[in-house]
Design a protein around this ligand. Sequence first.
Ligand code: HEM
Length: 393
Amino acid sequence: MLSEQTRTIVKSTAPVLAEHGKTITTVFYSNMFEAHPELLNIFNQANQKQGRQQTALANTVYAAAVHIDNLEAILPAVVQIANKHVSLGVKAEHYPIVGEYLLKAIKEVLGDAATDEVINAWAEAYGVIADVFISIENGMYEKSETQENGWSFFKDFTIARKVKESENITSFYLKPADGKNVPSYDAGQYITVRLAIPGEEFLFNRQYSLSQASRPDEFRISVKREADNDPNGMVSVYLHEQMNEGDRIEVSAPAGEFVLDTKRDTPVAFVSGGVGITPMMSMFETVATQTPERPVSFLHAARNETLHAFDKDVQKYVATMDNAKYKTLYSDEPQGYITRDILEDMVDASGEVYVCGPVPFMEKMISELRALGMPDEQIHYEFFGPAVALQSV
Ligand code: HEM
């Protein structure tokens, strides 16, 4: 329990820290990786190499500090981050390292303003916040380990099949190398794949949504090949060009909170842009096979036909359901965008909608759905990559 004085100091200095967020984060990461280069096996190196600021971590610490009296208030955010951490194999022993370098960075940037009293208060607050994460993450690891065919951290898988879905999306069917089955998962969850790329010093981790309904013997991910010169595309290019059937790959257990609520029978709509179609495929297939009578619509935006994945699969399921609608728009064509009118026609505002795609696409879809009167609790969405603070949503 933090003392009244500690709470007051933390709450009154949180805005100052947030104001210097970018500088503190830069100092924090650069010092931490210098002292602990092994952490580059966990963190996304493309972000670091590009100098792209990962302010999310530090900002969350400040936001949590503001709510230090009532951490329950930020629990949903903590659970979402904890899913990501667990998928990446973050361990309890990493927290003191992050804490140490975050506090050192605060001290370095704030200089004299960071008195011992201020630093001690933050050290205490960080300890409380870290304990919340650690306890939630331990619970998740335990659940993962005790689930049938489950495991925690990483496990060896074999690429059983590699199937081209469009000009730039290829599916990888993954089976455990020990011949066991995989655990069941919720439609919409993701896994992390971990790769050693020849010539690269550290391991690479990337999250990919599972792109088919839960099956006992395999996972499927569907990867978009990014451009050769995109530092964030290294893993996708390596997977597309170098990884083939029979190759080994490390995989973490399914995680994530952006999942289909299978208990409902209300209308459900899936709205995706580009490779955002992947979690939608898992959700759509789950509805088609488990509750085919549920009213469902599938709305997708692709650049053109050659980049449009899974068209035949969606059509195949639509044909087996009484209440299914399907529409695709190609943005290379005139009037090829999903408009409010199209959403009104395809999405039943009394039901649930799941949205996934690039950030501008999501922002547009969410604001149009709201304009159509859909309440926020019925609009579910997930962004690619690091959680982005969406100002306009
Ligand atoms: C991602 C917060 C501790 C490793 C994140 C994100 C947040 C966050 C907000 C972005 C989530 C997203 O992208 O959806 C925190 C807080 C911490 C903490 C508040 C302490 C209380 C740690 C520790 C580690 C760690 C101890 C391991 C050393 C990562 C990694 C990512 C991440 C690897 C993915 C982003 C990337 O690869 O650059 N964390 N984190 N975090 N966190 Fe943490």
